[in-house]
Design a protein around this ligand. Structure first.
Ligand code: HEC
Length: 176
């Protein structure tokens, strides 16, 4: 019996270890797909068109990452200041948003981390920081036509007035 318990514990530890190795790769894949394509879209079609991209393409790029990791994970983006209410934070992440909301990218204690749920599941959480290219749609000097379009699509938009290096939100990754 003791042997079985030990075996069970070792298996659990090995599974947690696998997740810890793979979850950052899932976040990396999402960021790489998104940033690279967004940069190209901004350059080729301009900010206004890229708003569409940020809405529709994100779902498609998510499916691409999903395929890459054989549908093993659930993931999403959230923030203390959200644009799309679909990205509303879940309760478990609220204390972390509170802790990070005034942080800058260069501050101490801003590394990615794992949250353990009451059921003992692990969730990988990675902070997202505001880069110069994000300002076109999330900064404090958004051009008038972009602002109008954002307001039309997201009447309750709070995701503005960010500065370079500001905490913008989290990507989270969880096993299904
Ligand atoms: C072309 C405009 C545009 C640019 C540039 C842009 N975003 Fe966004 N962002 C949006 C839109 C539009 C949404 C809402 C997406 C949706 O409807 O699902 C959004 C949503 C988000 C969200 C999800 C949380 C929320 O507020 O709904 C995060 C996080 C985010 N953006 C971070 C960034 C970061 C970091 C950058 C720079 C690397 C960036 N964005 C660049 C337009 C943009």
């Amino acid at each position: 019996m003791k042997f079985l318990i030990l075996l069970f514990l070792l298996t659990q530890m090995a599974l947690a270890q696998d997740f810890k190795q793979e979850a950052p790769k899932v976040a990396e894949s999402l960021k790489k797909n998104l940033m690279g394509n967004l940069q190209r879209e901004l350059k080729e079609n301009g900010t206004l068109k890229a708003i569409d991209f940020c809405h529709t393409e994100v779902t498609k790029l998510g499916s691409k990452t999903n395929q890459e990791f054989k549908g093993k994970y659930q993931f999403g983006r959230t923030s203390h200041k959200i644009r799309n209410s679909k990205n509303e934070p879940q309760d478990w992440i609220l204390p972390y948003l509170e802790k990070f909301q005034n942080k800058k990218q260069t501050d101490e204690g801003t590394a990615s981390f794992y949250h353990k749920t009451k059921q003992g599941e692990l969730i990988y959480v990675e902070p997202l920081w505001t880069a110069p290219m994000c300002l076109q749609c999330h900064g404090d000097n958004i051009s008038k036509n972009v602002k109008t379009e954002l307001l039309k699509r997201y009447p309750t938009d709070k995701a503005q007035n960010f500065k370079v290096g500001d905490f913008r939100g989290f990507i989270w990754v969880k096993e299904k």
